[in-house]
Write a protein that binds this ligand. Structure first.
Ligand code: NAG
Ligand code: NAG
Ligand code: NAG
Ligand code: NAG
Ligand code: NAG
Ligand code: NAG
Ligand code: NAG
Ligand code: NAG
Ligand code: NAG
Length: 890
């Protein structure tokens, strides 16, 4: 009692040292803050001290302790923010990235000292309150990423000091008011992704210092006002996806600092002004899908920083100026869908950074130069639908980085150079169709083991379809039709699964899928296939380090194809953030009741659009880390299909996910929820800092102390076995068991992941189009090569590989094992090499104690049983659990 009264006295004494007025004010702002904190659920206020100026997110003026800054972004806040308007001294208010909804409080108009107002990334609806027009001191107004409706109120005209005005991604309509052009201090104006119509004000930029103008994805009409170029300060101009028409003004040359011009998908006409050469900072010029015409001006070559030039789908004619060879930074040159002719520009091909050359669908009538890939990093060479003559040069084999080669529908002659088989990266497509090629199909093409689509149709090719093409392990689409091929069609799943139209029009071909059989010839080929080929496929796979194996479902491959394309596009180093509209969510659910509040679908989707959030890339999916505004962290697995597989099967998929959410086991990753948008499915899981078992075992940077801990490893091994035994008990076969798909929680408890994939793509349930199998390299049981079926014993084998990893700390495939030898064969053949188990086990563990060594030898025995070559001799998963548990008990 005495103590507390002494404390009170002290406190009063302290306060009295300030003026009476200050005390009154102080308590006022504090009262308001406490109420605001309560209403919105702000955590951390008032915990440490009663000095509210030190609370997180609060800044006070130094002379009178009034609240001047309030920064409460990313706090998962909800509730009524009106009371904040009582903090009269506020200059800086940031409430971005919360869950605030309702209308923006008109009372904010009373915050007369406000200079910075950021309400972006919330759910504010209704119209923008006219009262905001009284914020005469406002320099930045950010209302982007909300659900605002109606027009921009004219009352905002009074915001004379506005420098940054951001209202993108809302539902605003009407026209962009003329007074925006009268804001003399305006530097940034973004209003993209709204429903704005009418013309861009023709005084915009006239009196201001406009540097960034982004109005894409609206319904704006009329022409580009010259005013935006008048001061020469413009740096970014994005007008993509509108109804804008007219010419590109000559005055654009006034803006030397303009680095990005994106005006695609409009109705622009006329030619590109030569003054473009004066825009010396230009890096990105995108004007595809307009009605631009005339020649491609050589003045572009003066823009030495030009990285992307996209003029596709316009009416350009003439030839490509040789001066473009000076553009050493050029990465993408896209002029498809015009009326260009002449030679393929050899000067551009010299550009070391060129990644994509798209000349398709024009009238190019030259030949393919021998210097086609002398120096380039070319990944996309798209020459289809032109009038290109002559032979395909052997030097095409120098294009080692190519992912896609399109040469269809030209007048190419001669034979297919075997050197195309050297382009090991080729994966998206090889299209030589509709030419005049003759001669045989080079067996070297069989080395293209990543290629998904091969089209040599409509030529004059002769001879057999080489058996060596069976090396094209990733093939999904083939077309050999309308040639002069003869002999039996090789027995190879992608061939037999093709439509017979892929082989029609060849008088001499026989065998499946054609209806003419080849008699005995085919039978003998078929028999030898099982023995010789399965072995060969394994060797090829081991040799090539391919991640996916045997026949893989179309769905799965399409997933992968998309992932690859994306990766490739990212590798090109050109980000495309401006035009991508916010994807609309088709479906979503959170299965865990008490997490519903903490998870926001929009934030989940956003997190997966950012490369920096990427955690890992699996066979079927990419995993991202997603920070929720609530503070929760999720691991989000993204499945993406082409051809709208997800959209078409979404009901089936959702039902399956609901069922999966009920699948609960200590050692299986729980499915928290899902989000489906466009053709993408996102699966939500808990996020664990400890990463995967693969990282724990093989990534030394993830193990701070690198402590050899056998008991932890054994309990991980048992946990994984238990998880798999549970799945097998429910007749669920895992598609992709690997240490990379096993996550460790904070107590190093293992959780088996990728279970959904197994279920969603389970061939026996008809969700996949071809009965098929997949897995990770090094974990695939040998019998999969000829049975083409996932089985429980197959899972036991893959588990055995994981157990060997745990025992040896070796990767499933290492060069050190020797050519064609994986971890399993290396371990099984140790006695033959005269090696003892000690030379196989991780010595950092086995030499610690006799007890550990004994347990490790017992576990090794289990691993050897699991990886037996004969599936029938492998133990059941349940038995594996028992054997491992016995180890710990003896
Ligand atoms: C309380 O004080 C401690 C130590 O000064 C600090 O680390 C912590 O962030 C403070 N917490 C809050 C909510 O201010
Ligand atoms: C505190 O300082 C601000 C300027 O920083 C001034 O506008 C205000 O009048 C001052 N208030 C008092 C009580 O001194
Ligand atoms: C918020 O509170 C104010 C009074 O403080 C009230 O006028 C207003 O209607 C409330 N807004 C909502 C959305 O409930
Ligand atoms: C602004 O403040 C005035 C005077 O304090 C008050 O009468 C008015 O209601 C306030 N406006 C709003 C929208 O709260
Ligand atoms: C909102 O706009 C302001 C001014 O341009 C900017 O500083 C701020 O970072 C933006 N807010 C968000 C969340 O991007
Ligand atoms: C913009 O400023 C000009 C010149 O000061 C003035 O004539 C015009 O009325 C203003 N326009 C708007 C819409 O305020
Ligand atoms: C381009 O630059 C040249 C030389 O600086 C200048 O003479 C010409 O007027 C400029 N053209 C335009 C359209 O700005
Ligand atoms: C080209 O880009 C570099 C790096 O961004 C920059 O330093 C240089 O000034 C740019 N060149 C021109 C002509 O703008
Ligand atoms: C290519 O086409 C252009 C335009 O039709 C024509 O003038 C030119 O002679 C052609 N070149 C060759 C080599 O055929």
């Amino acid at each position: 009692m005495a103590l507390s009264s002494l404390f009170t006295t002290l406190l009063i004494g302290l306060l009295l040292s300030r003026s009476q007025l200050v005390i009154a004010q102080l308590s006022h702002d504090q009262t308001i803050l406490v109420s605001v904190g309560k209403e919105l659920g702000v955590s951390g206020w008032g915990l440490n001290s009663s000095d509210y100026c030190s609370w997180p997110g609060i800044g006070c003026s130094s002379n009178n302790s009034m609240v001047e800054r309030l920064v409460l972004s990313h706090r998962g806040l909800q509730g009524n923010v009106t009371l904040i308007s009582e903090l009269k001294a506020l200059k800086w208010l940031d409430l971005s990235y919360n869950n605030l909804d309702g209308s923006i409080p008109p009372a904010f108009g009373n915050l007369s000292r406000l200079e910075f107002l950021d309400l972006s990334a919330n759910k504010f609806g209704s119209s923008i309150p006219i009262e905001l027009g009284s914020l005469r001191n406002l320099r930045a107004l950010n209302l982007s990423n909300n659900l605002l409706t109606g027009e921009i109120p004219d009352e905002l005209e009074g915001l004379e000091n506005l420098q940054d005005f951001q209202i993108f991604t809302n539902r605003l309509i009407g026209s962009i008011p003329m007074w925006v052009g009268n804001l003399t201090n305006l530097i940034v104006f973004t209003a993209y992704e709204n429903g704005f119509s009418g013309k861009i004000p023709d005084n915009l930029g006239l009196v201001s210092e406009l540097q960034l103008l982004n109005l894409h994805s609206n319904q704006l009409e009329g022409s580009i006002p010259e005013s935006i170029f008048s001061t020469g300060k413009l740096e970014f101009l994005v007008l993509t996806l509108n109804q804008l028409a007219g010419n590109l003004p000559e005055l654009i040359g006034n803006c030397r600092g303009l680095s990005s011009i994106r005006i695609g998908n409009n109705k622009f006409i006329g030619s590109i002004p030569k003054a473009i050469g004066n825009v010396s900072s230009l890096t990105y010029f995108e004007a595809d899908n307009n009605n631009l015409s005339g020649e491609i001006v050589s003045e572009f070559s003066q823009c030495s920083n030009l990285t992307l030039l996209n003029l596709a789908s316009n009416g350009f004619t003439g030839t490509i100026p040789p001066e473009f060879g000076q553009l050493t930074n050029l990465q993408e040159f896209i002029v498809s869908g015009n009326s260009l002719f002449g030679e393929i520009p050899t000067s551009i091909l010299r550009s070391k950074n060129l990644n994509k050359l798209d000349l398709s669908n024009n009238r190019f009538n030259g030949t393919i130069p021998e210097t086609i890939c002398n120096t380039s990093r070319l990944q996309y060479l798209l020459l289809g639908q032109n009038s290109i003559r002559g032979d395909i040069p052997h030097q095409i084999g120098d294009c080692v980085k190519l992912l896609e080669l399109q040469m269809g529908s030209n007048y190419l002659t001669g034979s297919i150079p075997p050197e195309i088989g050297h382009i090991k990266n080729l994966q998206i497509a090889l299209n030589l169709s509709f030419n005049h090629l003759h001669g045989v199909l080079p067996p070297d093409l069989g080395r293209l083991d990543k290629l998904v689509s091969l089209d040599v149709s409509n030529n004059q090719l002769t001879g057999n379809i080489p058996l060596a093409l069976k090396g094209m392990l990733s093939l999904i689409e083939v077309n050999f039709s309308n040639n002069q091929f003869t002999g039996p069609i090789p027995t190879f799943v992608p061939f037999q699964k093709s439509l017979n139209s892929s082989f029609l029009g060849n008088k001499g071909l026989c065998g499946e899928p054609l209806s003419y059989s080849c008699g005995n010839l085919n039978g003998s080929d078929h028999k030898s296939y099982h023995h010789k080929v399965s072995y060969r496929i394994i060797l090829i796979v081991i040799g090539s380090g391919l991640a996916v194996f045997v026949s893989v479902t179309v769905v799965v491959l399409l997933f992968m194809m998309r992932e690859r394309q994306e990766k490739a596009a990212k590798a090109a180093g050109i980000s495309d953030d401006g035009t991508s509209s916010r994807p609309s969510i088709i479906a979503g659910n959170v299965f865990v009741e008490n997490l519903r509040q903490a998870i926001e679908f929009d934030a989940v989707v956003k997190a997966t659009l950012k490369d920096s959030n990427k955690i890992s890339c699996g066979t079927f999916s990419t995993v991202y880390k997603a920070d929720m505004p609530s503070g929760m962290i999720l691991s989000v697995k993204r499945l993406r299909s082409m051809d709208r597989t997800i959209v078409h099967h979404q009901n089936k998929m959702i039902r399956e996910l609901e069922r999966l959410s009920k699948l609960s086991h200590d050692h299986l990753m729980r499915l928290i929820g899902y989000v489906i948008y466009e053709d993408v499915a996102l699966l939500l899981h808990d996020y664990f800092l400890n990463g995967t078992l693969a990282q724990y075992l093989h990534d030394s940077t993830k193990q701070p102390d690198c402590k050899p801990d056998w008991p932890t490893r054994l309990s991980i091994a048992i946990g994984v076995a238990e998880g798999l035994a549970f799945l097998h008990h429910l007749a669920i076969i895992h598609l992709d068991i690997s240490s990379g798909n096993i996550v460790l929680d904070s107590n190093f408890k293992p959780l088996v992941g990728e279970v959904e994939i197994s279920k969603l793509l389970d061939p026996s349930r008809g969700t996949a189009s071809i009965s098929a199998v997949a897995g990770s390299f090094g974990y695939i049981p040998p019998e999969y090569a000829y049975t083409m079926q996932v089985t429980a014993p197959g899972n036991v084998y893959s588990y055995g590989v994981v157990l060997l990893e745990i025992l040896t700390t070796r990767l499933p495939v290492e060069e050190a094992f020797g050519e064609g030898i994986d971890l399993v064969r290396w371990v099984h053949s140790a006695p033959g090499r005269g090696e003892t188990p000690e030379q196989i086990l991780d010595v950092r563990l086995s030499t610690v104690s006799f007890a550990w060594r004994k347990e490790m030898l017992a576990a090794l025995k289990v691993a050897l049983l699991c990886t037996d070559n004969t599936p029938a001799r492998r133990p059941k998963m349940k038995k594996v659990v028992e054997m491992l548990q016995e180890i710990t008990q003896t």
